[in-house]
Design a protein around this ligand. Sequence first.
Ligand code: FES
Length: 122
Amino acid sequence: MYNEKVMQAFQNPKNVGEIENPSGVGLVGNESCGDIMQITLKIENDIIVDAKFKTFGCAAAIATSTTATEMIKGMTVDEALKVTNKKVLEVLGGLPSQKIHCSVLAEEAIQKAIEDYKSKQK
Ligand code: FES
């Protein structure tokens, strides 16, 4: 069902957990399957220095979250907002079509965490 890259990412997940005193938190759910995901970010001078995720989700959600959190580390918050699920899927070499919705969780959670960070800056 899953390609080798997705299996690798799922079996060796990075950035699992929660950052203490995060700069931003994003919590999202997927209505179709009921799964949820939380992403916490540590941001310094608008640069994402750390990102962690926790999920009640499937293998596809875990593989895309670990990949997305690796991708955004070192980016500015505005660059990270452009990391769509499509870009994450390109890195992973795709997902079965019925699993594409799972990859949207990471994108939405990152966006929410950045919104949270920005709202605290005001
Ligand atoms: Fe719910 Fe994949 S089935 S996140």
